[in-house]
Write a protein of this length. Structure first.
Length: 134
C-alpha cells in the first residue's frame, strides 16, 4: 500500500509548527526539538516526513553559516564559544578528552586539536568536526 501525500494535513502541520528560516540559536533549538519528535515516530506520515526534511534542511543551513569559522577564529575560540553557548564548563570536557590536564592544554591553545580530538569534540557538541581543524 502506497501512502499518498495529503496537502491539507501538511498545511495543518505547517500551521502548527510554523517553520521559518533559522536566524539564531533559540530558533535552532526549537527546530531541533521538533525534528527529534518527528525522528522517533514509529509510523511517520508522508506529511510528517516532508516537515522533517524541511526542518533538517533549515537546521543544516543555519549551522553551516553559524558555525562556519571566520578568518580570525581559532579552534580554541570556537571551542570556547560552543562551551559558552551550551553552558558547558571545562570539567564537562574531561569525559571527552580524558583528563583535566588535557582539557586545560586544549583550551589554552597549548595542545593543538588534531583530527582525533576534533572528532571527539564534534561528536560531543553535535557539530562538524572540521570546525576544530585549522
Amino acid at each position: 500500500m502506497t501512502l499518498t501525500f495529503n496537502q491539507k494535513k501538511y498545511q495543518e502541520l505547517l500551521c502548527q509548527y510554523q517553520p521559518k528560516v533559522i536566524k539564531n540559536e533559540a530558533d535552532n533549538e526549537t527546530a531541533l526539538k521538533v525534528v527529534e519528535q518527528l525522528m522517533y515516530l514509529d509510523n511517520r506520515t508522508p506529511e510528517e516526513t516532508e516537515l522533517y526534511d524541511l526542518l533538517v534542511a533549515l537546521i543544516e543551513k543555519f549551522e553551516q553559516e553559524y558555525y562556519q569559522p571566520g578568518v580570525t577564529s581559532t579552534p580554541q575560540s570556537i571551542l570556547h564559544f560552543l562551551m559558552e553557548q551550551k553552558g558547558i564548563v571545562s570539567e564537562d570536557l574531561v569525559t571527552v578528552l580524558g583528563s583535566q590536564d588535557m582539557v586545560t592544554r586544549v583550551l589554552d591553545g597549548k595542545l593543538k586539536i588534531d583530527s582525533d580530538l576534533a572528532k571527539l569534540l564534534g561528536n560531543f557538541f553535535n557539530v562538524d568536526s572540521s570546525i576544530f581543524i585549522k
